[in-house]
Design a protein around this ligand. Sequence first.
Ligand code: C2O
Ligand code: CU
Length: 515
Amino acid sequence: PQTRKYTLKLSQTQWAPDGFTRSTYLVNNQYPGPILQANKGDWFSITVENDLPVETSMHWHGMFQRGTSWFDGVPSVSQCSITPGSSLTYEFSTNEQTGTYWWHSHYNAQYMDGILGALIIHDPEDPNLKDYDYEYVVTLTDWYHQTTADLLALFLAPGYTGGNPVPDAGLISGKGQFNCDAKPGYPCKKDSDVAVYKVQKGKKYRFRIINTSGEAFYMFSIDGHKMKVIEVEGTYVQPFEVTQLPLHIAQRYSVIVEANQDAKDYWIRATMSKECIFNNGNTTINHDSAINYNVTGILSYEGSSNKSPDSTPFTDDLTPCRNLDSKLIKPLTASPPKEPTQTISYNVTFGTNAMGVAEALLNNSSYVPDKIPTTLRIINDHVDVKTMPTSQNIEAFNDDKGVAEITVYNNNSANHPFHLHGHIFWLIGDGVGTEIDKSVYNTVDPPVRDTTIVPAKGWTTIRFIIDNPGVWAFHCHIEWHLQIGMFAQIAELTDQLKLQKIPDSIQGFCANKAY
Ligand code: C2O
Ligand code: CU
């Protein structure tokens, strides 16, 4: 094992990934940021240098952070944020995990301004190694022409009722095309770059596909090529073929694509679902007819002579806003979940607070971040989480090696991609309706993942093993929902957490702050 050292230098610049120039945050002068890679068992040592005019905090989406929960990167939960001009080194192990992850700022909605990238843990014992020759990372992102600071100012204004801001364009690996023709006089250029993936006929490619959006659900496909799914969010699965891949925010899949067609160019299609964007009353802040929902890239065979693809899409009609069918996903090594020893549920609703500002609530409580991170309160001050204010949305799980079961009930018409930090979970079941239908529970070989969709007017049940001391976020990954409080804290095995020693770097961060 080695220590994989990286520096992520955050800066602000003007950037035009879809032909429209806006203030963007870059990491190491690129967008998306660098792909962080390690082999299973390595440590990461990642220094985040904040040259932005605002604070930041970095999260490693999907990493367990066992024994290093303070490096999970959530302000108010794991650490104080990184002030402009300062830096913080995150150090964590990869020894339990392999596969496809990502990293992103967890400060406000900041990752949507550009602070994100892929995180890959290679596995020398990957059972699929012989089944592909090369690999690519594909990030799918929605893109706005205003900064999130500007959008949040509108979205959080008292009396605003327009729903989530709607993206202007979508990007494949940071490249997209705004529909300039549909908006005469708008300051955009038509010839922005297209994402091109080169292949050689006869070779096989592993594509690691990550939805890094803030609002959009994506349907992904490559004309003329089937995709063999081999990994779901870090868990190997029994391979199965699909022609279209649905991904809500923060979901990831590895697929193998065989370059076995005529040696020409084919469209790669990433379509943002309008249904998912508009089904919850999202209307205006910036919605206009020029939005390009159909983002394209190119799969280009070596020696191809057709410079623009004439390929046709697959026509399956998959339900938008829903997970890839759980019945297809069978972990390669099934570990059947045990019966829960602690069960809780969250009820998702929307409302407005006393000032008329939109809020999202879990069990009638909208999360309000505190100045002091919960992790520090527990380790430094031995605070009992039961005494914390309701607005902390905190729940204790103290049954060592027990099984937690969480059901999320959602009575509104949006679909919420919920993510649990610090864990993978069994997706026991989900469905539409106000009551759980236990007949659809899979307690034999359910999918294992870290992000799953709670369907509109429906419910989702997950289970996980209580074995990772820390305070873990559990939240909707639609950034607008998270910003208005659709967020809970899981305080896990706090008696063990209290005994852990926080690195001076993390302590020092808060010491600098007035609270
Ligand atoms: Cu992708 Cu709370 O994280
Ligand atoms: Cu949501």
